[in-house]
Design a protein around this ligand. Structure first.
Ligand code: UDP
Length: 238
């Protein structure tokens, strides 16, 4: 009601686990359709939305490597997992009437468009949601780094990093009752204190390019919209 979004173009980073719901694995149809509904609300405010999804609900390269698999090969499997999640979100978005394109960092032309920066920007300008699948396309990286990289490439105003808790805390709030929540942090705070916002590669990329990160809780309905309207929820890193 008259409230104006504070960002014009956002990059939403969802972990694979965000799609899993209570099962902790795979894709929960109710959870993903809830997320699709929230994205639609934000689009309705005139905000351009790009999404990067992780793959941890299906496959994690590091875990497989710990089990003896070659790390690079395992990471390629992880990247494929993110593409599966991307297709699931595309489907959920289309079911609520949102036009969506998936672009993959690893070519898979029968399944989705290859990543083409200018084309991605054009889709966004036309009000389509663009989902970037396949991470950065390189092993030994994470989808957090992919989110930072793509956000920079498309000129996003901010990364919205969805998590299980309502912001960044001094310690794990589920384990430590004395943990305090930070409203704002600098990139250096995150790096020096080793806070779990994004990994160091992703954080330094954001730092070098002055791209703010807002960490917020996904499971509260309406939260994506609240961040976009500048209601000051979560933790801002800048
Ligand atoms: N991955 C990769 N390069 C990338 C992005 C992802 O190799 O640029 C692989 C890596 O194996 C990772 C998996 O894909 O474990 C899933 O991504 P991530 O762990 O970032 O997902 P999330 O934790 O957000 O669910």
């Amino acid at each position: 009601e008259g409230q104006q979004p504070v960002y014009k173009r956002i990059l939403l980073k969802l972990s694979g686990e965000a799609l899993a719901g209570n099962q902790g694995f795979g894709i929960d149809p109710q959870v993903i359709s809830g997320i699709a509904g929230e994205i639609r609300e934000v689009l309705g405010l005139g905000v351009e939305v790009a999404v990067v999804i992780g793959g941890g609900n299906i496959f994690r390269g590091m875990a497989a490597a710990a089990g003896g698999m070659d790390r690079a090969g395992a990471d390629y499997m992880g990247m494929l997992a993110t593409i599966m999640n991307s297709l699931a979100l595309q489907d959920a978005l289309e079911q609520v009437g949102v036009v969506t394109r998936v672009q993959t960092a690893i070519e898979m032309r029968e399944v989705a468009e290859p990543y083409i920066r200018r084309r991605a920007i054009r889709h966004l300008e036309k009000g389509r949601v663009v989902i970037f699948g396949g991470g950065t396309g390189n092993p030994f990286f994470t989808t957090d780094t992919a989110a930072s990289l793509r956000a920079m490439e498309i000129g996003a105003d901010v990364i919205l990093k969805a998590t299980k808790v309502d912001g960044v805390y001094s310690a794990d709030p589920c384990q430590d009752k004395s943990a305090v929540k930070y409203d704002r942090l600098t990139y250096l705070d995150v790096l020096q204190k080793g806070l779990k916002v994004m990994d160091a590669t992703a954080t330094s990329l954001c730092m070098d390019n002055d791209l703010p990160i807002v960490v917020f809780q996904l499971s509260r309905p309406g939260n994506i919209q609240k961040v976009v309207l500048g209601e000051g929820i979560g933790t801002i890193v800048k």
